[in-house]
Design a protein around this ligand. Sequence first.
Ligand code: CP
Ligand code: NVA
Length: 308
Amino acid sequence: MTRHFLSSADLTRDDALGLFALAADLKQRRKAGQRSAPLAGRTFALIFEKPSLRTRVTFEVGIIQLGGRAVYLSGPEIGLGTRESVPDVARNLSRWVDGIAARVYAHETVEGLARHATVPVINGLSDFEHPCQALADFFTLWERGLDLARMRVAWIGDGNNVCHSLVLLGAILGASTVVACPPGYAPDPRVAETVRRVGGRLEVIDDPRAAATGADVLYTDVWTSMGQEAERERRLEVFRRYQINETLLGVAKPSALVMHCLPAHRGEEITDGVLDGPQSIVLDQAENRLHAQKAVILHLLGGSPDDV
Ligand code: CP
Ligand code: NVA
């Protein structure tokens, strides 16, 4: 694994499986009430240009659980690229903290932070990727004992940042992914190119029913991502056919699992019945953000769960 975690493509299959094992260990220790402080005396900066519930809480709580401290910095407060250049922010933070997690609008911003920081940088979501989400998602499937290399994962909806990271990590782990999206909303061609390069299987079609048929996993996300609010009305129209509802779930495997990164727009990309139904594992995904990110932090900072 590289020194930073900006993209699912930063991971090899072995990296991902190693992180799953570490996350499972950290999760089990937490549930058993064991305490250790491998991050004692260490501090992380958490930069958020966009709102967050899960990412902010899981980073802050995870760092606290590992014995470290987190400093939250809102976008307007530090004015990344406006009040101060991205390289200058990266160089300054590197003199004070041991790592940086950043949620940004432009992916280039998190890349710029990584280029100029001398401490690890983690992408907490950009307009191009959400790798912490994908890691937690595949950890959630892995911990259920599922054979990732035999899975058919169907993404229904927008070929967005969450889709990119999921498709990339799926390819690295050997899963086959089918994306059903309206024309013009397919995953970025660079993602498809990386999938090809790592020998992965990705199909992009426009028929949600064909994608869902026989799938092991149905995954969706909001139709309008943060930063695209001006397009909301048009997107509501374009994506209307791409809802995960009881009918669509009915053509997937009977054992199929339903996933969503959250937050959900109930009644738009997914119905209440499916989101809250027995096949939904969305809260396991949300919980596992905590354990997966703790594993990433320990891995990047070179700590062990046994450090006191
Ligand atoms: N899934 C996710 O990243 O949630 P937040 O936007 O609340 O952090
Ligand atoms: N695609 C969504 C994910 C939120 C976690 C967004 O970028 O807003």
